[in-house]
Design a protein around this ligand. Structure first.
Ligand code: MF3
Ligand code: CO
Ligand code: CO
Length: 249
């Protein structure tokens, strides 16, 4: 596979898909509270995506994934499967939404703090968000993917946290996960140079403890090996002539 360059018409469709993705996250926000199950969050999002937005929830049946959204609680790094888990005060959760509209994907995720969370958990959420925002500010023609990875790694590790290595951001368009791979660690000045029309996600997964992960026997749920908390934020970005556009904003 190679990196696809989107035309203005394709970018317009990516923008629509990105806006719908953001709308799902906005819609679900008031529901993310103590007492609800992750399975109920999935059901609400599924109905909204299909019935209200006329869109397709991309995760459903993607490589056998059984639900329409990913819900990753506390030490779950990513790809948590919605189910019977009841959210309680002190939990942190990532909700990751990907919709397909008119053949194009939008992909974004946010962290939510349930009730009162520890100062360390809130700090992890905030630093991870800053990692994403710092990376996005660098996106323009001429920037290299290594610059993005290095900036994220520097901010995470400079604050005493670690960067998950096994999962990364990705090119996105007609295909959910396409080239390039967008690593969240790296070396400034290295890697692919960005050009206008590229669209990709940045989605750093940052652990409060060590960087190592483990895949649970369900073959989807990724957890931190040391059971430390993990956080993630994600946007879909388009490279423009003079900078970038956050398609999921
Ligand atoms: N939305 C995730 C990402 O950011 C991928 C989820 S794949 C699934 O790339 F199958 F787990 F849904
Ligand atoms: Co993604
Ligand atoms: Co995602």
């Amino acid at each position: 596979m190679s990196v696809t360059i989107k035309t203005a018409a394709e970018l317009a469709k990516m923008r629509v898909a990105g806006q719908l993705t953001r709308q799902v996250l906005d819609m679900i926000t008031p529901h993310v509270a103590p007492g609800i199950t992750t399975g109920e969050l999935d059901q609400i999002c599924h109905r909204y995506i299909v019935d209200d937005l006329g869109a397709i929830p991309a995760p459903l049946n993607y490589r056998g994934f059984p639900k329409s959204i990913c819900t990753s609680v506390n030490h779950v790094v990513c790809h948590g499967i919605p189910g019977k888990r009841i959210l309680k005060s002190g939990d942190i959760i990532n909700i990751d939404i990907t919709v397909i509209k008119d053949g194009y994907h939008g992909d974004a995720s946010r962290m939510f703090a349930i009730g009162d969370v520890s100062i360390r958990a809130q700090r992890l959420i905030n630093i991870t968000r800053e990692c994403l925002e710092t990376a996005i500010r660098l996106v323009r023609p001429g920037t290299r993917l290594g610059d993005i990875g290095a900036a994220i790694q520097q901010h995470a590790e400079g604050n005493g946290f670690s960067v998950v290595r096994e999962y990364c951001g990705h090119g996105i368009g007609r295909v959910f996960h396409e080239d390039p791979q967008v690593l969240h660690y790296g070396t400034f000045g290295s890697g692919l140079e960005l050009s206008p029309g590229m669209t990709f996600t940045v989605e750093p997964m940052i652990n409060a403890g060590k960087k190592e992960t483990r895949l649970l026997p369900d073959d989807w749920t990724v957890v931190t090996r040391d059971h430390s908390l993990s956080a993630q934020w994600e946007h879909t970005i388009g490279v423009t002539e003079d900078g970038h556009e956050i398609l999921t904003n």
